[in-house]
Structure formats: structure tokens, C-alpha cells
Design a protein around this ligand. Structure first.
Ligand code: UD1
Ligand code: CA
Length: 450
């Protein structure tokens, strides 16, 4: 743990443009709340603590970021006021002379590597304040960084307060700052709201610090990393960028994505080597895919573990608690939930396997359904190794089909089947010779009469 670093994440913004009942920073990107991406990037620096600044009543954010602490900014009076709201929570860190890193909770794209470069600038003694700069295609709306000949930052001017000439500056502040904590908090009370927006600007620290002999420097990053999310459209853009990163990481790790753009990964999806993912595959949280697995097109997977050599899909759905053994097969229009399939087990067509244990090399025919729910409780189905379940069988749980047993097609199995036994519940078949022909002749004659 770095005792020299504390982190403040600003998340008091209401996110009005999201038009949502959910606080903005809790909207998910690749399956996890935006603010968790920010926390994860900060955690990579191993800080002594992280404090998230929230607005009044944002208890759901406090819950989501626990065990990290939150500080409440009573009114949104500007970014300097937001950082000041964390003062009490940071008292210990400030006493210890820690650095303070300020991040935005609505900026999920920031990468740990960039934070490390900021930390390096501090460690090398380049300045008291390290501002993260970037050069957007269109700088409108951002604070512009003014540099002196030596490359030090002399002032940051907000769009609304900038002159024509200042607005032409391409280098902007991305919203991240790493500062010597005691210096930062000594200056904060000196910041006034005497500006176009009537807000307490964190960016005023540059000029105030300079007057006190404190130096500001800039570290630059790509525009992508400091992209903020203020609307649903920007949320979708952040999702696309993070999906791009996840897909690249999956391929770098040895997975083949036939059509990367149509594969949706989750932040925690784990893919082994020589995994092949077909087009239009979607992962929810908690999927672990071991080496050599093939996931065919249009499958949806979450909360599942797939052992090596298994084949899933096309059009399969693995829900939480699905565990597939080595070389198991789950085919088209098959749903598996809270069920373990032993090595080499096959469920190839049109089935529902829920709350079940299926032994090694068992074969479940097309349309096998585990009837696991009676409207009140869930019950389990156990199918032994090498059992064979005929097509269109309903297994009424709780029920056990023994090892090596056979169930005849079309059966409804409500009682246990012993090992090696055969069960069939089909009604007996009757044959009436030529009755089909007589039926047709009769109907045709009726039709002719009108
Ligand atoms: C701010 C910067 C600007 C920079 C830009 C980068 C200031 C004065 N301006 O402008 O130089 O280029 O970010 O995106 O700092 N927040 C609070 N409480 C507040 C105000 C803001 O928590 O009282 C949070 C918001 O939730 C948001 C972040 O701080 O996550 C930025 O606030 P915002 O008002 O959007 O700042 P900008 O005007 O975009
Ligand atoms: Ca903003």
C-alpha cells in the first residue's frame, strides 16, 4: 500500500442528461458500474484510501463503492468545493503529507498506465500539481492550459472566462489532478467563485499555487481516456471503447474472435487460450471459459464455467451456476441454469436443464426438460453417468435417473429410475389399418356435397 497517496473521486453530479432514476456513475459499462472502472484504475496505484464525493441522498452510490468511504457535497458549488468536501475524510492522509489524486466518477476510460505517469511526474519532483492534459478535436467547453516557455502550467482558463485568443489553445484539462495534498488543501479555501459560472473552480489552483511558489505541470494522454459520460449516447460510446479494449485483450490472450465487433464481453469475462468465439456471442458477468472451448454464434453466457474442449451453441444460453465438464456439448436452443454437466455429457437440442446434475457422458435427447419448479419451490434432478434420456422427456423434480439408465422418448418421469434400468411412461400405441385412408375419403365426400 502506498501511504503517500489518497484518491478523491468526484461523483456528486446529478447526471440530469441521463434522464434516469439511477445515479449516473452507477450506469454499467461492460457489466460494471462506471465508477467501479474509475475505482479499479485508482486501485492499481495501491492508494492508502479512496474517498468518493457524492451528492445528498446518493446512498446507492455509497453502497456501491463500499468499503471505500464517501463524503457528501451538500450543494454543487463547483469542482473545488467538491474536493473540499473530502477534507475530513482525508484528514489522516493529509497529516501524513500524502499526495491527492482527483478523478471524475463519470470518466470510466482512464487507464492505470496514465495515472502511473502522473505519479512518476510527482515522484521525479517535477511539480506540486500534475494536471492531466489532452488535445481534443474540438476543445469547446474545456479548461485551456496556458504554459510558459519552460513547459510549466501558468493558468487554466475555463471556456466561459476565456478570451478569443485563449479559446484557440488546443491543450485542455481532462479533469484529473495529482497534487501534493497539504498544498492542495491549504489553497482550496482561497479559491473564490468570482467567475462567469459563479462556481468554485479547481483550476484556480494553478494561479494561486504559482503565486505561492508552487509549480504546476502537465502530463498528456489521449482524448479517449478522459472522455466523460453525460448522456446515454456518451454511455454507448464509452461501452464501445471499453468493448474494443476487452476484445483486444481477449485476442492478445489467445482467443479467436471470428467477428470481434459482434462479441460483447463483460469486464470479468475470462477466456483461455485457443478459445474460439463465433459471431454475436454475449457475455454477462462471471463467465470463465477454459482453454480450447468453442462458443458458437448467438450464444448468451453468464455466471458459468466451461471446462476445456467443451462446445457451446449456436444459440445456447448458459445462466448462472451452469458448469460444463471437459468436452461437454450444449447445442442449439438449450438453456442450462444451476446445473453441472459431467465430462463428455451432451445436451444438443431444444432443452432446459435447471437445478440438475448430469453425469459424465450422459446424453439428453432433443426436448428434454427438467421440471424444476412447482410454482413454490425449486427441486433438483440427478442424472447418472452414461444415462440416456429419450427425446421430449419431462423429468419432474425431485427425481433421480440412475447411472446407465434409459428413459424412453416422450416420457414424463416423476419417480426415480434405478441404475441400468429402463423407464417409459408412454401410452401404448394402437394401429388401425387403412383408417387414415377411410378418414380422408369420408371428409372428401362431405366436402363435395357442400
Ligand atoms: C471541468 C473543468 C474543466 C475541464 C473539464 C474536463 C473546472 C472548473 N473545470 O469542467 O477545466 O476541462 O472538467 O471534463 O473544474 N462535480 C461535483 N461537484 C461539483 C461540480 C462537479 O462532484 O460541484 C463533478 C461532476 O459530477 C463531474 C466533474 O466533477 O464528474 C466535473 O464537473 P463539471 O461541472 O462537468 O465540470 P466541467 O464544466 O465539465
Ligand atoms: Ca463535464
Amino acid at each position: 500500500m502506498s501511504s503517500e497517496l489518497a484518491v478523491v473521486v468526484l461523483a456528486a453530479g446529478k447526471g440530469t442528461r441521463m434522464k434516469s432514476d439511477l445515479p449516473k456513475v452507477l450506469h454499467p459499462v461492460a457489466g460494471r458500474p462506471m465508477v467501479d472502472w474509475v475505482l479499479a484504475a485508482a486501485e492499481a496505484l495501491d492508494p492508502r484510501e479512496i474517498v468518493v464525493v457524492v451528492g445528498p441522498g446518493m446512498d446507492s452510490v455509497a453502497e456501491a463503492v463500499a468499503p471505500h468511504r464517501t463524503a457528501v457535497q451538500a450543494e454543487q458549488l463547483g469542482t473545488a468545493d467538491a474536493v473540499a468536501a473530502a477534507r475530513e475524510a482525508l484528514a489522516g492522509a493529509l497529516d501524513a503529507g500524502a499526495d491527492v489524486l482527483v478523478l471524475y466518477g463519470d470518466g470510466p476510460l482512464i487507464e492505470p498506465e496514465t495515472l502511473r505517469r502522473m505519479a512518476a511526474a510527482r515522484a521525479e519532483g517535477r511539480g506540486d500539481y500534475v494536471w492531466l492534459g489532452f488535445r481534443p478535436e474540438d476543445p469547446t467547453g474545456y479548461g485551456r492550459l496556458q504554459l510558459d516557455e519552460a513547459g510549466a502550467v501558468t493558468r487554466i482558463v475555463e471556456e466561459k472566462d476565456a478570451s478569443e485568443e485563449e479559446r484557440r489553445i488546443g491543450l485542455c484539462w481532462g479533469g484529473l489532478l495529482l497534487a501534493r495534498g497539504p498544498a492542495l488543501f491549504a489553497q482550496l479555501p482561497r479559491i473564490s467563485n468570482d467567475n462567469a459560472k459563479g462556481e468554485y473552480y479547481l483550476t484556480d489552483l494553478v494561479a494561486l499555487g504559482a503565486a505561492a511558489g508552487e509549480r504546476s505541470v502537465v502530463v498528456e494522454c489521449s482524448a479517449e481516456e478522459v472522455r466523460g459520460v453525460n448522456s446515454r449516447a456518451e454511455l454507448a460510446e464509452a461501452e464501445a471503447l471499453i468493448q474494443g479494449r476487452l476484445r483486444r485483450a481477449a485476442m492478445d490472450g489467445g482467443a479467436t474472435l471470428t467477428d470481434p465487433a459482434s462479441v460483447f464481453l463483460c469486464w470479468d469475462t475470462r477466456l483461455g487460450r485457443d478459445v474460439t468465439i463465433g459471431p454475436n456471442v454475449c457475455f454477462g458477468p462471471g463467465a470463465v471459459v477454459e482453454d480450447g472451448v468453442e462458443i458458437r454464434a448467438f450464444s448468451h453466457l453468464e455466471g458459468c464455467r466451461i471446462a476445456s474442449g467443451a462446445v457451446v451453441g449456436p444459440f445456447a444460453r448458459l445462466r448462472p451456476g451452469a458448469e460444463l465438464g471437459e468436452g461437454a456439448r450444449v447445442g442449439n436452443f438449450v438453456e442450462v441454469k444451476a446445473a453441472t454437466l459431467g465430462p463428455g455429457a451432451k445436451v444438443n437440442h431444444l432443452s432446459y436443464v435447471g437445478d440438475a446434475t448430469v453425469g459424465a457422458k450422459a446424453n439428453l435427447g432433443a426436448g428434454t426438460i427438467t421440471c424444476n419448479y412447482d410454482g413454490y419451490r425449486k427441486s433438483r434432478t440427478e442424472i447418472g453417468a452414461e444415462a440416456f434420456i429419450g427425446s421430449n422427456t419431462a423429468l419432474v423434480a425431485p427425481v433421480v435417473v440412475g447411472r446407465g439408465a434409459i428413459v424412453g422418448a416422450g416420457s414424463t418421469i416423476a419417480e426415480d429410475v434405478p441404475d441400468e434400468g429402463l423407464a417409459v411412461t408412454r401410452a401404448e400405441q394402437t394401429i388401425r389399418p387403412l383408417a387414415a385412408r377411410r378418414f380422408r375419403e369420408k371428409r372428401a365426400a362431405e366436402k363435395k356435397k357442400g
